[in-house]
Design a protein around this ligand. Structure first.
Ligand SMILES: [Zn+2]
Ligand SMILES: [Zn+2]
Length: 205
């Protein structure tokens, strides 16, 4: 965090867009260093020790916090900069970054898919046994009722539990075309890993 340009009084600008004046700031979105002269956006926050800016790469902010970036552009936040940013990407270019990021997020979340279990704390929703950290697990859809609405939520199961889970009344994933769907939706998983999962799932009919 660094001091706002006017020393921290309540009228500090809500946003600053500038070239990083050093390589000491870290992006709050991706947690990587923002290189000196890299474009960054500061979001004013009020902390226990006064106000200051939390910095993000401008591109990272566009992907995750587009509304804030749009607001910063409306306020011409570069006019607050100590190091004028020079040529800035247009809001339309940043909107494209947002849209692309959005699409790949949706693609990742498309059910069903295979993923590596990020921890050893989650239980298989079929057999209720823990799934080992680092093991491949299959995420299927399960119908969940909210009042008179039915929604489909993701549940993770062992590959060996897939066949039985597909028989459950509230399972929202179909056995037909399952392996093709897993291949299509599991972007971060190699073809060999999918094959291994398919072998564990076994015969589905
Ligand atoms: Zn970043
Ligand atoms: Zn299981």
């Amino acid at each position: 965090m660094s001091q706002p340009p006017n020393g921290g009084d309540a009228s500090a600008a809500p946003y600053v867009i500038e070239k990083a004046r050093s390589s000491r700031s870290r992006c709050k979105t991706c947690r990587r260093t923002i290189p000196k002269d890299g474009l960054r956006i500061g979001l004013l926050i009020e902390g226990p020790y006064g106000t200051g800016y939390l910095w993000h790469h401008l591109g990272c902010a566009a992907r995750r916090l587009f509304d804030r970036v749009e607001e910063a552009y409306e306020l011409k936040a570069w006019e607050q900069a100590k190091a004028p940013p020079g040529q800035l990407p247009s809001l339309d270019e940043l909107r494209k970054l947002r849209d692309t990021a959005e699409q790949s997020r949706q693609k990742r979340a498309q059910l069903p898919y295979v993923q590596v279990a990020p921890s050893g704390r989650a239980k298989c929703k079929h057999c209720e046994q823990l799934i080992d950290k680092g093991a491949l697990r299959v995420v299927l859809g399960r119908e969940v009722r909210f009042g008179d609405q039915v929604r489909v939520g993701p549940i993770a199961v062992h590959p060996r539990c897939v066949a039985a889970e597909l028989q459950a009344d509230d399972c929202a994933t179909r056995a037909e075309g399952l392996l093709d769907a897993l291949r299509e939706n599991s972007q971060a998983i190699s073809a060999e890993q999918i094959d291994a999962v398919a072998a564990e799932i076994g015969d589905l009919d």
